[in-house]
Design a binder for this molecule. Structure first.
Ligand SMILES: Nc1ncnc2c1ncn2[C@@H]1O[C@H](COP(=O)(O)OP(=O)(O)OP(=O)(O)O)[C@@H](O)[C@H]1O
Length: 364
């Protein structure tokens, strides 16, 4: 339920687990997705994203827990209930396009509408409509072998949205495309999401994709949801070191410090007051890359580090360096370069943005 208006969530995942033998691939996931949301499931390879999506699609049965679409139960692990993929009002877009090679683009898009018994006139109108929406009207009479990979993916998406499912499920749909096309298709997918109004669930291991597309993000780690919320909420208020370092570009720094003389000290620098560590002796401090600047800055604490690499990003430079075995990512204004192994200075701008226990949980 959405407590704000009493409407059922578009997608409710209640205490869902999936085991393969003794291995738990999805571990007690419990999230509610409001209608019209764009939920991104993100996490490293093997964290259980695809398994969760496959359960939503009806391709796997939960071992435990329940899934409901618009208040209607579609899977129930305890009762062994799974509404078949067709009866879920959900469309799935895979990584591989799996178009029928012997059918034209129009034929491919029309096929699910035939299966759903749409009239001929309605099918023709809908095929033209989705071809237009995806910007591929000119390819209508071509065969899959006569169009590019990116165009094939558009056809696959057009085919899925044709029957107007109220839920769209995407499993890494852009991973076979080159970097430039991927960025273009991201905006296309957002446009399609707005145009269809369908509640969408999108699996990716690419955190940039997650942060740019999502209205809601669930970060999965070893089958568990580490955190679920709006992208900015997760960026600004990460609950674990995993979320803090997985999301955000460039990656954030975690600096291990110990309590000394009332301070939290790293390499002789007192970065924060010891009170921020509560009862812990050793903790990890979160510094985002833009909170560490290359060079000395008056009034700020600085250390010397060994330069490793530099990568230009939008007129600034992301610099990686090492100090006492600690890898540090910092930013320089404009373009910056040095020889590997050169000694450079890094300044810490103010207090750390978060403090974590050595086990990874946020304590301040
Ligand atoms: N049918 C299966 N039998 C046994 N183990 C499985 C099965 N399907 C998935 N797994 C395991 O469950 C875990 C989660 O797999 P899943 O495909 O959901 O991960 P993922 O996060 O989508 O990873 P990737 O990004 O690499 O696709 C993996 O360790 C995988 O090996």
């Amino acid at each position: 339920m959405n407590p704000a208006n009493g409407n059922p969530a578009a997608i409710a995942i209640r205490n869902v687990s999936k085991r393969f033998g003794s291995f738990t691939a999805v571990d007690n996931v419990d999230i509610s997705v409001p209608q019209g949301a764009f939920l991104v499931l993100v996490g490293p390879s093997g964290c259980g994203k695809s398994t969760l999506l496959r359960m939503l699609a009806g391709l796997e049965t939960p071992s435990e827990g329940e899934m409901a679409f618009m208040g209607r139960t579609v899977s129930d692990g305890t009762r062994g209930l799974v509404a078949d993929a067709g009866g879920r009002d959900a469309g799935l877009v895979f990584q591989s396009y799996a178009l029928w090679p012997h059918m034209t683009v129009a034929g491919n898009i029309e096929w699910p509408l035939r299966v759903a018994k749409w009239s001929k006139a309605d099918r023709a109108a809908r095929v033209d409509e989705v071809l237009g929406l995806l910007g591929i009207s000119a390819l209508k009479e071509r065969y899959p072998a006569e169009i590019s990979g990116g165009q094939q993916q558009r056809v696959a998406i057009a085919r899925t949205i044709g029957p107007k499912p109220s839920i769209l499920l995407f499993d890494e749909p852009l991973s076979n495309l080159d970097a430039k096309l991927r960025i273009e298709m991201r905006s296309e997918l957002m446009r399609i999401h707005r145009a269809t109004g369908a509640t969408s669930v999108y699996v990716t291991h690419d955190q940039v994709e997650a942060m740019t597309m999502a209205s809601h993000v669930a970060v999965l780690n070893n089958g568990k949801v580490d955190q679920f919320g709006a992208p900015l909420e997760l960026l600004e208020n990460p609950r674990t070191t995993f979320v803090a370092t997985f999301l955000g570009t460039p990656p954030a720094n975690l600096i291990s410090v110990t309590k000394q003389d009332g301070g939290l000290v790293y390499d002789g620098l007192r970065l924060a007051d010891a009170q921020r560590a509560k009862a812990h002796d050793g903790v990890q401090l979160l510094y985002r890359a833009h909170d560490i600047k290359v060079g000395d800055i008056e009034g700020q604490l600085a250390i010397t580090a060994r330069f490793e690499e530099a990568a230009p990003i939008a007129g600034r430079t992301m610099v990686t360096a090492f100090s006492n075995g600690q890898r540090l990512t910092a930013m320089a204004d404009g373009y910056f370069s040095a020889a590997i192994g050169d000694q450079i200075r890094l300044s810490f701008l103010g207090e750390p943005s978060a403090v974590f226990a050595m086990t990874g949980e946020r304590i301040d």
